[in-house]
Design a protein around this ligand. Structure first.
Ligand code: GLV
Length: 307
């Protein structure tokens, strides 16, 4: 099966594919001409829309090297009989670790402290310095979304001595469940673990961000567009809250106004970026392609197209 890929995947599984072409440059512009014969496309949640599908007339499978597939027009794929797969189940620990890392970094001012030391600005003795953070132990964590990743964060946060509350749509008698607005009012740290869908786009609106307590920390390892980014930047510029952000609306662009702020920790979409997790994700991508090649059932299809 001829495979077109926007990037070479890490780990040993990739070498099991016999016929792979890498497209260099910015996607989708780099797909500048029709590619008949390409049957599988590997993307990292890059845009796959009707225009892309038009240029790949023989495509049978979009194998997404990510769990989130918000840039893939699944309906357009289904309409053409193109299957879409993702990589669920192997990112939860890595993403949860990053979320906790961002909580620690923002609340304990780790990145800010690192810059201070490197810049030679470490002049005050620790006991006198104003460099105080807030500890996670004893603080209240509000999880928006309680799926695989949210649950993985909950366990780690509890081990750190945090009180864990959560919001999710599905009803449950769990006393830790809150409405979204109550969760935002009650939590010291809010961490987002929902996929980007039409329902979650802008979920943390300007009005909702105002519900956060003074001094609260927002952590986002899900998708930038789940938050009203302009409103979030306004809150951070005002210094009312802090944040740990791994995702942005227009990646790899980060709002200019954030770059000089001490109260936000910025990382370049690293949620799943561990050796272990990326190898496991590549394994799933390759297994899906091999299954398609053999005409077998796909492992992790996100929607079953009408065939
Ligand atoms: C990463 O952002 C993913 O969706 O896997």
């Amino acid at each position: 099966m001829k495979v077109l890929a926007t990037t070479r995947l890490p780990g040993p599984a990739w070498d099991e594919l016999a016929d792979v072409e890498l497209v260099e440059g910015d996607w989708p512009e780099s797909l500048s001409r029709p590619r008949p014969g390409v049957e599988a496309l590997v993307v990292t949640n890059e845009t796959v829309d009707s225009a892309v599908l038009e240029l790949l007339p023989d495509l049978r499978l979009v194998a997404n090297f990510a769990v989130g597939y918000d840039r893939i027009d699944v309906a357009a794929c289904a309409a053409r009989g193109v299957a879409v797969t993702n990589t669920p189940g192997v990112l939860d620990a890595a993403t949860a670790e990053l979320a906790v890392g961002l909580m620690l970094a923002a609340r304990r001012r780790i990145a800010e402290g690192d810059r201070l030391v490197r810049d030679g600005r470490w002049s005050t003795r620790w006991a006198e310095g104003p460099f105080l953070g807030r500890q996670l132990g004893g603080a209240t964590l509000g999880l928006v979304g309680m799926g695989r990743t949210g649950s993985a964060v909950a366990g780690r946060a509890a081990a750190l001595g945090m009180r864990v509350l959560f919001n999710r749509r599905r009803d449950t008698a769990d006393p830790a469940r809150r409405s979204l607005d109550d969760l935002l009012r009650e939590a010291d740290v809010v961490s987002l673990h929902v996929p980007l869908t039409p329902e979650t786009e802008g979920l943390l609106s300007r009005g909702r961000l105002r519900l956060l307590r003074d001094g609260a920390t927002l952590v986002n390892t899900s998708r930038g567009a789940v938050v009203d980014e302009d409103a979030l930047v306004d809150e951070l510029v005002a210094g009312r809250i802090s944040a740990g952000l791994d995702v942005f609306v227009h990646e790899p662009r980060v709002p200019e106004r954030l770059l000089g702020l001490p109260n936000v920790v910025l990382t370049p979409h690293l949620g799943s970026a561990t050796v272990e997790t990326r190898a496991a994700m590549a394994r799933i991508v390759v297994d899906n392609i091999l299954a398609a090649e053999r005409g077998e059932r796909l492992l992790t299809e996100v929607i079953r197209p009408e065939r």
